[in-house]
Design a protein around this ligand. Sequence first.
Ligand SMILES: [Zn+2]
Length: 334
Amino acid sequence: MEEYAYIQTIFNYIGIAVDKKNHNEIVVNYPVFYTKKNKEYSIKGYEMNTRPFGTFFADFINCDFTLETDFNNFFKKYSISLLDLEKFKRIFKNNVCSEETYNRFVKKLMEDNFKKLLKLQEQLDMILDYCLINPAPKVSKLSPIERLYVLERTNETFTIFNSKKIEFVNIHYFSKDAGNSEKEVIENLIKKKTDIGSIDLLIPHSIESILYMQLCDILKDDISFKTCKNCDRYFVAENKRIEYCNELAPDSNKTCREIGRKKKYYDNIKNDKALDLYNKVYYRKAQMSIRNPDLKNYVEDYEYFKTFGKKKLEKYKSGKITSEEFINWINKNI
Ligand SMILES: [Zn+2]
């Protein structure tokens, strides 16, 4: 299969394909560029981006589709063409579109679709609540995915259960410049200049079908789906220990993960009596030594604590001495 042919298949639906084996989702879209001078938008061609599988679900559930900027950002990240590819192609004449036309197009898309999207979000919230976050006592003995089965069997109002269509595509590809004539192709293969690869892709036919697929993986715990401890937004964690998302924190130029790392460090110290005492004593001795550089006692005292305290600290951290032993040593050297 030629590269463009399968991209065309992805574009026929929602611009997303899933590579389950590598836990990725592949997003194909037409990035839109704005030129201030001409007040127009332009497109240059399609682009492919790979993200951890489940990112779409987290982004979808986090988005406030009633806000124009949120709506716009979401469909820029995925595919603004996702909801109306034909119209999208039509408004870009020679790859250019005026600001006014483009804004009108997005506004219309939003008006036509936000109710449907909100309804889907509402359903996902209810399903997650029932299956994962707040299960009722009567289903407490069931696993999250079994709870989903209960909902599917008994609740007809959830439209997300109705469209699960996903296409399976297996692609074999050759590396570029594999040769043209039979002789060239054979030679390149013998000389190992050509690679033949293969990839299995799942192509969801609708937003509902990718959301359903990812929902099941979240409930089966194949995707580590979490709430960020800093911003409260949902995110996909690379491993179970991660507690903060990698997005920019609200009103900050740092990511929640960067903020979280610092917070955790200070929380750990606060909760650790020995470490807290060590830091306080260390800080006081350092201050005394800086303020009184002429007094040999203070300087020597600080140097002693710095050298031997560090060794004790390492022993404490590696579990070779207990908290009490460490505290006793600090108190003896105060
Ligand atoms: Zn966050």
